[in-house]
Design a protein around this ligand. Structure first.
Ligand SMILES: C[S@@+](CC[C@H](N)C(=O)[O-])C[C@H]1O[C@@H](n2cnc3c(N)ncnc32)[C@H](O)[C@@H]1O
Length: 200
């Protein structure tokens, strides 16, 4: 990901960046160039390679955008629940995964919207820095409630400057401090951090 260059001007409240920001960003068809960027394609491949298991029963993908990673996850998972706060974008993701049997794309946002059932994988790709530090605490609480023992969190975040509520490094530092998560993989380069943690 790279910053879209837009100014962040409003928050929905103390927990996350306002949906209005993303409605504006998504006026462009592909604001982060997910369809064509080699950088994004390589990062997706690395993210999928960071999944600790070949098969996953139920994955949760918050911030699914137009569903490119969602479709790749569907090939590895029996079931995927994906959310995005922008209804038109969620609809595009739903259309992309239409042929995949057990993929549900909902309109929703972290930190509050989670699947009703437990999950054994959360893929947080370029989404957690939209949460405020307070929202990040809610995310960790909800993760605690949702993630089965042995389940994994794969997080990947851009490290460049933004005016989002948190930096990518802060997000990974907070997850690294969760005492019931054990880090099993860490990849670091100037542009992004990629980590896998497994619930102990
Ligand atoms: C940079 S894109 C990441 C897309 C995808 N995860 C990837 O890495 O290829 C961020 C997406 O998160 C969505 N989003 C923004 N705030 C969110 C929140 N609080 N919860 C879930 N999704 C959010 C945006 O609408 C956008 O589609």
């Amino acid at each position: 990901m790279t910053s879209t260059g837009r100014t962040v001007s409003s928050h929905a409240g103390p927990t996350r960046l306002a949906d209005a920001y993303f409605h504006e960003v998504w006026q462009e068809p592909d604001p982060w160039d997910f369809e064509d960027s080699w950088y994004e394609a390589r990062k997706r491949d690395l993210t999928l390679a960071a999944l600790p298991d070949q098969r996953v029963a139920h994955a949760f993908e918050p911030g699914c955008a137009q569903g490119i990673l969602t479709a790749r996850l569907a090939a590895r998972c029996d079931r995927v629940t994906a959310i995005d706060p922008v209804p038109e974008v969620a609809a595009r993701a739903r259309e992309r995964v239409r042929a995949d049997v057990d993929v549900e794309v909902r309109v929703g946002a972290l930190p509050d919207d989670w699947p009703e059932d437990p999950v054994d994988l959360v893929v947080a790709s370029e989404v957690l820095y939209y949460l405020s530090p307070a929202g990040m605490e809610v995310f960790v609480e909800r993760l605690d409630a949702a993630l089965d023992v042995g389940g994994a969190v794969v997080a990947v975040h851009w490290r460049g400057p933004t005016d989002y509520p948190q930096t990518g490094d802060e997000v990974h530092e907070r997850l690294g401090a969760v005492d019931w998560l054990a880090r099993t993989l860490h990849a670091e380069q100037d542009e992004f951090l990629l980590d896998t943690w497994v619930r102990t």
